[in-house]
Design a protein around this ligand. Sequence first.
Ligand code: 5GP
Length: 190
Amino acid sequence: MKKGLLIVLSGPSGVGKGTIYSHLLKIMPDLTVSVSATTRSPRAGEKDGVQYYFLDKGEFIKKRANGEFLEWAETVGNFYGTPKAPVIEKLESGKDVLLEIDVKGAHQIKAAYPDCVTIFVLPPSEEELKKRLVGRGTETEDQVKARLELAKSELSESVLFDYRIVNDDLDRAVREVADIINKIKGERKC
Ligand code: 5GP
């Protein structure tokens, strides 16, 4: 059976990749997703097993030592990781899997699975990224500062990705991601 396609959607925090991701699922209902594990605290309305599996540091480290993550990264003070078994299972059964992860994680996936497709979401400008991070109101001032500092170095790594899209218009950005996925799927022979 033809294996599924592994798609990595990445970019700085606040760039809108989560919004692109949820809109994409509406127009590509066959795409499957992965629920990540994290050590950060749940935000208002977030439920364990839905947005993330919320683990304490000890649990995360244990799972990491057991090789249970496909990739993992520490970003602005918290651990994030993609549970390996469900992703491999889906790919083996021919399902395409979309990961929405940070830039460090995306590099790890590309190194381990060179056939995956990596897409970097760019903000229209650094100023706009700051506006979005402040506007969503989920981080403290210090956390916004830390995320913006990290974003600067992440943006310089966008050239290492297979594709780059600018999120200045949500509908267009979603369509561009869908077009990339459809193009790759059309070109794949096995
Ligand atoms: P947030 O705390 O805003 O939900 O996520 C912070 C950052 O962690 C975002 O850039 C998000 O894409 C990234 N992230 C979420 N899940 C994972 C994961 O499983 N692995 C990695 N490497 N990054 C993740």
